[in-house]
Design a protein around this ligand. Structure first.
Ligand code: NAD
Length: 511
């Protein structure tokens, strides 16, 4: 029987090397899927603790009625601890989840190849090493691939199946089927830094960092806007705090270096500085947020000003489609609308730029910059509303805009002038990076969207999100950002430019 055909057998035997956080999770899902698992670790303590964790998890599932007590007993009995690596000889597939070190993984691969049959597939759960480099140590590199699970494995139902340069397509296809038998969603990924999920996740965090570095907004502002306007479960700084900056900061540097200083992945000096200060996040009690008693402390919301006399409000018609929701909202909060073709002498002037700053927009539209405020209309105004002042907006007009948009229970974030609002910059960067992943054929559009929703917990895949907001809109934001800053990190991916120009979906594949 060939290695690929082996995968479909009922008596498939799976070996797992490394019984740490990941190895025990993979062992659990394999046993739950009905497979016999042999688990090996250099540390007896690790295997003992792995068996305990698995037993606790399946017994808990039985106590909650999700499985029967008999099922729980069967699952536990399918995991066998082995004392030596050579006990893995009868396995049809071995998945390694040992320490993240190229030498250690290569040494293990060589040792495994001397033990298992030639048709045994070998998968590595590495998160940052090249599969091609790990497989280079092997006599038969064609049978080696990445099988990158996420922590905690039983809950994170996605696996990146990574083909190295010498991996046989049959190997990746077989491991895709295996992931499916585990009940996970497999995504096919070419060997490249950060694979798919960690690569796609660069946008949220690096653009969040840039916004803070430019002094446009605070980390808390960025998080609130990403959660309450863009609909993300977590903003970038909450995510840093959860993961631990001591873990995330080196990955920021690593992926930037692995892509040869690609500006799209450029970090800022802030993470390293905060690591030096020990401000790791939740685990150290303080990060971008404080955690008195282990609970995240949210800084207070700025109180909306109350104004005795509000100026009338004039909304620019430079972009009619973006003007309409602003007029609707203002009508709903009882604002006096100035309907003139030009603003009245005292009116607050509202503009709705895409990718541009408020000051430049006011000048280009011939408006008084001291009376101008910009409103972000990328997302529905029912969520948190973001306002941006020009560098000279007078306090009275800033306060008037804040008070109006806080009407009817609205939440408002007022930021300093910026090329693009928080949500525009972050979302356009995320969509652009996903487009570039598709362009470079690292993964197919459907796999990109599935991996990002399941692996990063985003509310929508980045390509689907780009389609919903409009490819042309995302393209316009990036083009303007690129023109105004001169920073190549904002150059639109050709994948995006071509599809936006055609009015085609960002998920349109290419032959
Ligand atoms: N923790 C995560 O969130 C995560 C997510 C995805 C992938 N990964 C990757 O999975 C792998 C394991 O990570 P982890 O978090 O489970 O680590 P871990 O430290 O919890 O466990 C590693 C285990 O491997 C054992 N080990 C080390 N060298 C060995 C060897 N030569 N032979 C047998 N056992 C050996 C150790 O005793 C330890 O029990 C790494 O490659 C890591 O990059 C981790």
């Amino acid at each position: 029987m060939t290695a690929e055909a082996n995968i479909d057998r009922d008596d498939l035997a799976i070996g797992i090397v490394g019984a740490g956080a990941m190895g025990r999770g993979i062992a659990q899902v394999a046993a739950e899927a009905g497979f016999a698992v042999r688990l090996y670790d250099v540390s007896l303590e690790a295997v003992g603790s792995a068996l305990k964790t698995i037993a606790t998890m399946v017994d808990r599932a039985a106590a909650k009625g999700r499985i029967t007590a008999q099922d729980a007993a069967h699952i536990r009995s399918r995991v066998t601890v082995t004392d030596t690596l050579s006990d893995l000889a009868p396995c049809h597939v071995v998945i390694e989840a040992i320490v993240e070190d190229l030498d250690a993984k290569q040494t293990l691969m060589r040792a495994l190849e001397a033990i298992v049959a030639d048709d045994c597939l070998i998968a590595s759960n590495t998160s940052s090493l090249s599969i091609t480099a790990i497989a280079a140590a092997c006599r038969l590199p064609a049978r080696v691939a990445g099988m990158h699970f996420f922590n905690p494995v039983p809950l994170m139902r996605v696996v990146e199946v990574v083909g190295g340069l010498r991996t046989a397509p049959e190997t990746t296809e077989a491991l895709v089927r295996l992931a499916g038998r585990f009940g996970h969603r497999p995504v096919r990924v070419a060997d490249s830094p950060g694979f798919l999920v960690n690569h796609a996740g660069r946008g949220l965090i690096t653009e969040g960092l840039r916004i803070v570095q430019e002094g446009v907004a605070t980390p808390h502002d960025v998080d609130r806007v990403m959660r309450e306007a863009a609909g993300f479960r977590m903003g970038p700084f909450e995510l840093f705090d959860l993961t631990g900056l001591d873990v995330s900061a080196p990955i920021l540097d690593l992926i930037y270096a692995q892509f040869y200083q690609e500006p799209r992945f450029r970090p800022t000096p802030l993470p390293r500085l905060r690591v030096a200060a020990g401000l790791y996040g939740r685990k150290s009690g303080e990060g971008f947020y404080r955690y008195p008693d282990g609970r995240q402390e949210q800084p207070p919301e700025p109180v909306p000003p109350t104004l005795p006399d509000r100026p009338p409000v004039w909304v620019s018609a430079a972009d009619a489609a973006r003007r309409a929701p602003v007029i609707d909202l203002l009508a709903g909060v009882g604002a006096e609308i100035d309907d003139g073709a030009e603003p009245h002498r005292d009116s607050l002037c509202l503009v709705t730029p895409l990718g541009a700053d408020a000051t430049t927009t006011a000048i280009e539209q011939g408006l008084d910059a001291e009376r101008t405020m910009a409103v972000d209309t990328l997302f529905d105004l029912a969520g948190r509303r973001t306002l941006m002042a020009t560098i000279v907006t007078a306090d009275r007009y800033r306060a008037a805009a804040h008070a109006l948009f806080a009407g009817a229970g609205g939440k408002v974030t007022v930021i300093r002038d910026s090329t693009g609002f928080i949500a525009q910059r972050v979302v356009a960067t995320i969509v652009n990076i996903a487009c570039e992943i598709a362009q470079q054929r690292i993964a197919a559009p459907d796999d990109i969207d599935a991996a990002v929703t399941l692996g990063l917990g985003y509310p929508e895949g980045p390509l689907a999100l780009g389609d919903r907001l409009g490819g042309l809109v995302i393209h316009a934001i990036l083009r303007t950002l690129h023109d105004m800053t001169g920073d190549p990190r904002y150059r639109p991916s050709p994948w995006l430019s071509r599809r936006a120009a055609l009015g085609a979906s960002l998920r349109t594949p290419e032959a």
